[in-house]
Design a protein around this ligand. Structure first.
Ligand SMILES: Cc1ncc(COP(=O)(O)O)c(C=O)c1O
Length: 388
């Protein structure tokens, strides 16, 4: 038998920190324990019926059975531009400043192939969605991590990044509202970031997947595209996944600077053949008519958030009340590190949490709860944790 060796880029992937948790979870489940999984950022609520109906109708149209346009149907990209205008008051040219994606993960993973040469360095804010550094490494680039800490409200300290690093960096990867910390960015931060990136010719890669999961309608999370100068340097990734409970559908978009959007489009032309057109038509329906449903989902997450935060605090566990995202980022109790605490909780209570350090070193000392299970189960989970 030939001895096939994994390519270096795969062989060198960091060990999967959640693998140990998965193993413990399997062992506990095998004992017959009722597992409550608070580990997955995947909405439990179903996709609204009107979107499913549109898919069914569109799936019956024969022209939709053929290869779609690579960059996405112009009608889908126009619906994205219209949604950005209504939601953020941002003007986008659907032909040049919007590209459709098979989920934002796909676009984020492919983006460095367009703008990162072997040996180039990208800044990645951490704790982070794991795709950011891995995509840079797949493109042969190097990563310099920028810590997000509680002291700095989970915003990167742009002044702490050295001049050499700014000069060297091709891109900076950020995500607000943030997974996993639930941090949100304010105007002053985005303005300073854009100014710095224009000065240093650094691409801003902003992942905005959670802008629609917010709890204060008077203070909605913003798109980076709302700020002056953003279109000179930024690409923003967004998705229908979290907003309309469509994670399995694989439909998303990147918008912003036409060169950046176009470069990503070129990669995709050579890698995939776009999103099933019936899914794009269902996506248009979601963007055009989904807002009342998104509002209803926010109400459900708000109730869950309030219940969990109150119960955790009652149990003596420190955690902020998040303004956005469906995550609670809490401190592990004194005397534990993230992995020890999460392992003990699964073993002794059957509740699955995510260890903060799984998202990067500055996540040590924290754990993440995902609000994607019903309130009663969340309350049951926290009461089990409290009984430890
Ligand atoms: C921060 C962040 N970005 C992007 C994604 C990917 O979303 P999708 O590929 O479904 O659009 C996720 C999914 O969990 C996420 O948490």
């Amino acid at each position: 038998m030939p001895d096939f060796k994994l390519a270096q880029r795969i062989a060198e992937l960091p060990p999967y920190l959640f693998a140990q948790i998965d193993a413990v979870k399997r062992e506990v489940a095998a004992r017959g324990v009722d597992i409550i999984s608070l580990g997955i950022g995947d909405p439990d609520l179903p996709t609204p019926d009107f979107i499913i109906d549109k898919l069914a109708e569109s799936a019956r149209k024969a022209p939709n059975h053929r290869y779609p346009d690579y960059e996405g149907m112009l009608s889908f990209r126009t619906a994205v531009a219209t949604w950005y205008k209504q939601r953020f008051d941002v003007d986008l040219n659907p032909a040049t400043e919007v590209v459709s994606l098979i989920g934002s993960k796909e676009g984020i993973a492919h983006f460095p192939l367009a703008f990162t040469n072997p040996g180039d360095m990208n800044l990645v804010c951490t704790p982070n969605y794991p795709v950011y550094p891995i995509a840079t490494k797949f493109a042969g680039g190097e990563v310099e991590f920028v810590p997000l800490t509680e002291d700095n409200a989970y915003l990167p300290d742009l002044d702490a990044i050295s001049d050499e690093s700014w000069a060297k960096a091709k891109s900076i990867y950020l995500n607000y509202p943030n997974n996993p910390t639930a941090g949100v960015a304010d105007d002053a931060f985005f303005e300073k970031l854009i100014k710095k990136c224009i000065e240093t010719e650094t691409i801003i890669v902003h992942d905005a997947a959670y802008t629609e999961i917010y709890f204060d309608p008077a203070n909605k999370p913003k798109s980076i595209m709302e700020y002056a100068g953003a279109k000179e340097v930024a690409i923003e990734f967004h998705s229908l996944s979290k907003t309309y409970n469509m994670t399995g559908w694989r439909v998303a978009m990147a918008v912003g600077n036409a060169t950046l959007v176009g470069g990503l489009g070129k990669v995709k032309t050579n890698v995939d053949s776009g999103i099933f057109q019936a899914v794009q038509e269902a996506g248009i329906a979601a963007l055009e008519q989904g807002e009342p449903y998104a509002e209803k989902f926010r109400g459900i997450y708000r109730e869950r958030r309030d219940a969990v935060v109150a119960a955790l605090r009652k149990a003596g566990i420190k955690c902020p009340l998040p303004d956005a995202s469906f995550y609670i980022w809490a401190n592990v109790p004194e005397g534990y590190n993230s992995s020890d605490f999460v392992t003990k909780v699964i073993q002794e209570t059957g509740v699955v949490l995510t260890p903060g350090n799984g998202f990067g070193a500055p996540g040590e000392g924290y754990f993440r709860i995902s609000l994607t299970v019903p309130t009663e189960r969340l309350e049951e989970a926290v009461s089990r944790i409290a009984s430890l």
